[in-house]
Structures are given as structure tokens and as C-alpha cells.
Design a protein around this ligand. Structure first.
Ligand SMILES: CC(C)(COP(=O)(O)OP(=O)(O)OC[C@H]1O[C@@H](n2cnc3c(N)ncnc32)[C@H](O)[C@@H]1OP(=O)(O)O)[C@@H](O)C(=O)NCCC(=O)NCCS
Length: 148
């Protein structure tokens, strides 16, 4: 079920604080407001924000290096999960990446993160390997996924 009030748009300075709050509630090693602000100064970083009824609901984005898109953040606030928002964000990101000439996308995800892995597989990502003990707090292997 997708909200009809869902807007997907580029990251702006006003999103930095609400996104860092969503991060803190979602990750054991969250990005700070400064981390999000830094993205705005890097033209090779492409970030999208989801807004529902004017409220920041989540974001996703990538670093584009030599036409390889490294998806380094995907997060949706808990109360907005399960409504197709991460899927919509990633679809928009991949569309933009394709138009910029990105030829392959990659990401890491905790092996236990079934809902995220489900979203990535639905969008065509395939697991190409495991990086042992990649994550901290708690220590966990990373599933390395690619969409080529
Ligand atoms: C992972 C995350 C971004 C997904 O956001 P979302 O907006 O809820 O995602 P969507 O609603 O687009 O899709 C969720 C899908 O996972 C499925 N799902 C939910 N729980 C699941 C589970 N335990 N196992 C498998 N699939 C599951 C849903 O059915 C849905 O699939 P469908 O569209 O085919 O029905 C969100 O849960 C989140 O922010 N988690 C914390 C941060 C995080 O882990 N980020 C990813 C880091 S790599």
C-alpha cells in the first residue's frame, strides 16, 4: 500500500536534522546531521528523500564513482515501513543513476536484514558474496549485492 501523499525528491538542507533522527532510531552506528550535510557538497553523491504528508519519512542514496553506484544509505522511519517507500526511493535512485550513465550498482547489507534483502532482490540485486564480520554493534557478516 503506497501513500498517495508520498513525494520523492532530492535531498535538501532542511532534511539533514530529520534524517539524522531517523538514522539514530534505526542504526547502531547512525550517520550524523553533519554526515548528511556533507552529501550536499558532493556532486557525485545522489540522494533522495521520501516525504509523506510533509513529513520526512526516509532517504536513500549513492556515491557515483566512475559510473559505479555505491548505495551507501537506505532508511525509512519505523512508522512508515511496509508501505513501499524504500522500494519507491530506490526505483527513483536507479532511474536517476541510469540517466547519469551508471552501469552497475552495489551495496552491503547485514545478512540478517531480511526485509532489506527482499527489497534489493525485488529490484534486481543479486548476492555476489559475503564479507565476514563487516559490521560492528553487533558484529555480523555483510551480504555484498550487485545489480549490473
Ligand atoms: C529496510 C527498510 C529500508 C525497508 O523500508 P520499507 O519502506 O519498509 O520497504 P518497502 O515497504 O518498500 O518493502 C519492504 C518489503 O520487505 C518485505 N518484508 C518485510 N519484512 C520481511 C521479512 N522479515 N522477510 C522478508 N521480507 C520482508 C515486505 O513484505 C516488503 O516486500 P513487498 O513489497 O514485496 O511486499 C526499512 O525496514 C528500514 O529502514 N530498516 C532499518 C534500516 C535498514 O536496515 N536499512 C537498510 C540497510 S542496508
Amino acid at each position: 500500500m503506497m501513500s498517495d501523499k508520498l513525494i520523492i525528491r532530492k535531498l535538501t538542507e532542511e532534511d539533514v536534522e530529520p534524517l539524522s533522527a531517523i538514522e539514530s532510531a534505526s542504526f547502531s552506528m547512525p550517520w550524523s546531521a553533519e554526515d548528511f550535510a556533507a552529501l550536499l557538497t558532493r556532486d557525485y553523491c545522489v540522494y533522495y528523500v521520501a516525504e509523506v504528508d510533509g513529513e520526512v519519512a526516509g532517504c536513500c542514496g549513492m556515491t557515483n564513482i566512475c559510473n559505479e553506484g555505491n548505495i551507501d544509505n537506505v532508511v525509512v522511519a519505523e512508522k512508515f515501513r511496509g508501505q513501499g517507500i524504500a522500494t519507491a526511493l530506490l526505483e527513483r535512485l536507479l532511474e536517476e543513476g541510469d540517466s547519469l550513465g551508471v552501469t552497475a550498482y552495489t551495496l552491503e547489507v547485514r545478512v540478517s536484514n531480511a526485509s532489506a534483502i527482499h527489497v534489493y532482490e525485488k529490484l534486481g540485486f543479486v548476492s555476489e558474496g559475503i564479507r565476514p564480520n563487516f559490521y560492528e554493534k553487533p558484529t555480523e557478516d555483510a551480504n555484498i549485492m550487485w545489480k549490473r
